[in-house]
Design a protein around this ligand. Sequence first.
Ligand code: SF4
Length: 410
Amino acid sequence: MRSTAARPRAPLAQPPTLAVYVHIPFCAARCPYCDFATAPATSRLRARYLAALAAEVRHEGAALGRPRARTLFVGGGTPSLLEPDEVDALAAALRNAFAFRPVEATVEANPATLDRARLRAWKRLGITRLSLGAQSFSARGLRALGRTHQAEDVAPAVGAARSVGLAVAIDLIFGWPGQTAEDWAADLAAALALRPDHLSCYPLELETEREEADANWPGGGWPVVARWRARAAAASPDDDAVASRYEEAERMLRRAGFRHYEIANWARPRQRSRHNLAYWRNEEWVGLGAGAHSHLGGMRSRNPAALTEYVAQVERGDGRLRIAPGAAADNDEATDAAILALRLDEGLALHRYADRFGRAAAAHARRGLRSLDGTGLIRWSGETARLTPRGRLLATEVFLRLLPDQLGSP
Ligand code: SF4
């Protein structure tokens, strides 16, 4: 990807209200399907990384005029691996840099890594919600995904979160090698039995492009991961079976009282992820840490995913940390906003879209979506377009119609 250094930002007259994402890259082991910026928990860079992260938090807070952190999401990696004193240091950095009164604060956890001392530290930081990467309740499924936790670890982790008053979100993966329809129905039933507030269900997606974060891990590196992915892809259910799994999730979770509010996300009433809604509504957020993305002042940018590069750049303090995606390689702001809006059950309201991006952009989006009339992928209510259940399955086909070069630029 073509990259350029982001322009330095002038301090803003009015401190903004932001969603804040903090990336903790460390994991006990590497799951071979994962493309997030991760590194071994024992990395000799761990202390330097956390110091660099605190420095970046300070720097961004000052550059943005000490904005209000409306939501916080601490993701990874496995943030639940942090020691209580490391969590306390992160909390102090966030409170100094931001007006820190989040309406929602989430930490991601691996089910095997939670203990009371750590949970108490996260509570001191102000966490309101725990996002548990359960992925499957089948021993076969967890082995197929290369996970290190056991299915039996999930219920105690949910119980521990509930005992300190946290909302609980559970992540599941479907379409893993060898997964049957019965396996998936059993996974959904096991997750529902734990009475979560929120569920995310993602199909297993196996990228075949080498990732920048691969450099963080010792051992066989990319060739080993690539071989694992090739074998996993060959043993995974076909597209029709994966589509059936998705439809089964829609059926079971609807019956259980969940609202399907985003392509891969379901929530009980008033339990949608406010932080992730800020992404899908194309609002402003700052991402802190290796590989973290930001959307500020209408510009997307990201930090380097390789730990050594991230740490070295923060330590140099040369103000050139963020990489802005090259304009030629990425969608423009209006296209991103349209695609993100369609992911949500709220849909794309073209009159509001025109207010924000102009009549030409709205006309372009309308043309692209109207070209799908008769396909059953889009449902219109006045000037608002929403994906149908079939449209959610084939969302990429819909999103392609919104790209500037499909029907002529807006
Ligand atoms: S624990 Fe999560 S973040 Fe870490 S390697 Fe596995 S899937 Fe990726």
